[in-house]
Write a protein that binds this ligand. Structure first.
Ligand code: ADP
Ligand code: MG
Length: 450
């Protein structure tokens, strides 16, 4: 049946789409009207749900199913590795064959993707990485607690999980517990309600490694702080390793009890900064390889230039480019990437005024802002002027006559400018890039002076 479904799908979508999305899919269960598909990752899962559910159901219907049902499962990494065996034996298969067939059961709650091998080290995170490795190698002895702080999406959770994986692999008997501060709080509340404090304490105090994520959420929760204080002490006294993460250093967590704060400062405090350009490219490269997507280096570079501060968003941007290329049935190129990312910043996220746009565009072209509102008709002025009009139309809610008035022209001139620029966008990748760049610049103008 699955073969028939595939044949049906193939007839209805483009080749590129088919190869990007359907070639790596495995049918896990096929029964009359019910189809369970295994996909590579959660991104693919989402993507299938959003874009191919109807198509798959149609396919089943065409094969006689009355009420077709399709569900998706993310394949575990091992099965994923097996998929490499076709097309014909690739060298990576040897590697995966060497890995023990039943790997040591990983601690629950750990994301299998978050291992040291998948963590790209750069100047922004090398201290945190080194500290995490040291702790993983001699838990309870190197630094205790290890406190990692940094902005969201920079790899704190990844590093914590990596230590957890490392420990369960190296020391199979050791118990690892990963918990977000929120679930710690919820567990506590439930334990109190259900009169199960003994169980709660046992759970958190009998581990060899306790990972507590986003500890800043302890702020203001007195009962949780109290309980955590005792958990901390019990573990610490028994030389059990504790790793904490937060979006800020202990001293900046408001309403954190002094005794907790000082304990958090007993060990090592280390931070993670935003990744540099080279690190961003390296992360994208690794990600593409992991997802077995062949994206040219220059495209990855473009993405790394566009998304600068948050690694989760960086990965999202890459997936967006992948999705865009596949939907439009085009190969990866800088132009395609620029297009896919050009509306990452949606107008709602940007609050700008006409003069901001004017100033930014003028600066970009090395012109005084007022020249764009002047009478000049030279190409060097006309093009930036049109771009400014286009951006204002795109990013603000001003009407054509209002924009015209601002430039000392009538609304038809603005209309012409807007359509001219959109027309050029179709064929001019550089322009697409320039516009994306200008938008990004403008999105930073959240507090325009004057
Ligand atoms: P945080 O906990 O700091 O908010 P996460 O650990 O959840 O951030 O990381 C966000 C995403 O970025 C994850 O998918 C993670 O795998 C990835 N990531 C972060 N840092 C790195 C890195 N140095 N190398 C590779 N991937 C990274
Ligand atoms: Mg996190």
């Amino acid at each position: 049946i699955w073969t028939d479904v595939l044949a049906y799908v193939r007839k209805n979508i483009s080749e590129v789409e088919y190869h990007t999305w359907f070639a790596p899919v495995r049918a896990i269960g096929v029964e009359q009207g019910e189809l369970v598909l295994g996909v590579r990752n959660s991104f693919a899962q989402e993507w299938f749900r959003k874009h191919y559910l109807d198509l798959l159901e149609d396919a089943l219907r065409s094969l006689g199913a009355q009420s077709p049902q399709v569900s998706f499962q993310v394949l575990p990494a091992a099965q994923d590795a097996l998929m490499l065996s076709e097309p014909p034996p690739a060298p990576p298969l040897r590697q995966s064959a060497k890995a023990p067939p039943s790997a040591p059961s990983p601690a629950p709650n750990l994301n299998p993707k978050y291992i040291f091998e998948n963590f790209v080290v750069g100047p922004n995170n090398n201290l945190a990485h080194a500290a995490a490795l040291a702790v993983a190698e001699s838990p309870g002895k190197a630094y205790n607690p290890l406190f990692i702080y940094g902005d969201v999406g920079l790899g704190k959770t990844h590093l914590m999980h990596a230590v957890g994986h490392y420990m369960t692999e190296r020391f199979p008997g050791k118990r690892v517990e990963y918990v977000s501060t929120e679930s710690f709080t919820n567990d506590l509340i439930n334990a109190i309600r259900d009169d199960k404090m003994a169980q709660f304490r046992n759970r958190y105090r009998s581990v060899d490694l306790l990972l507590v994520d986003d500890i800043q959420f302890l702020a203001g929760k007195e009962r949780t702080q109290e309980e955590f204080f005792h958990t901390f002490n019990a573990l610490y006294e028994n030389h059990k390793q504790i790793i904490l993460s937060s979006d800020r250093p202990p001293r900046d967590i408001q309403t954190l009890e002094g005794r907790l704060r000082s304990r958090f400062e007993w060990g090592l405090i280390t931070d993670i900064q935003s990744p540099e350009y080279e690190t961003r490219v390296a992360i994208l490269k690794m990600n593409a390889e992991h997802n077995r997507i062949n994206i040219p280096q220059d495209v990855l570079e473009l993405i790394a230039r566009q998304v600068t501060s948050n690694i989760r968003e960086l990965e999202g941007a890459m997936m967006r480019v992948v999705a865009f290329a596949s939907l439009n049935n085009v190969p990866f190129s800088r132009a395609v990437a620029a297009k896919a990312l050009s509306n990452v910043f949606t107008p709602q996220e940007i609050k700008v005024e006409m003069k901001d746009v004017l100033r930014t565009v003028a600066a970009r072209y090395g012109l005084p802002a007022e020249v764009l509102r002047g009478a000049g008709r030279m190409r060097e002025v006309v093009v930036p002027r049109q771009i400014a009009m286009y951006l204002i139309r795109d990013l603000t809610s001003h009407s054509l006559p209002e924009i015209g008035l601002f430039f000392g022209r009538d609304h038809s001139t603005v209309m012409h400018a807007v359509s001219k620029v959109s027309e050029n966008l179709e064929k001019d990748a550089e322009l697409t890039l320039t516009l994306a760049d200008l938008k990004r610049q403008l999105s930073g103008l959240d507090d325009p002076e004057n």
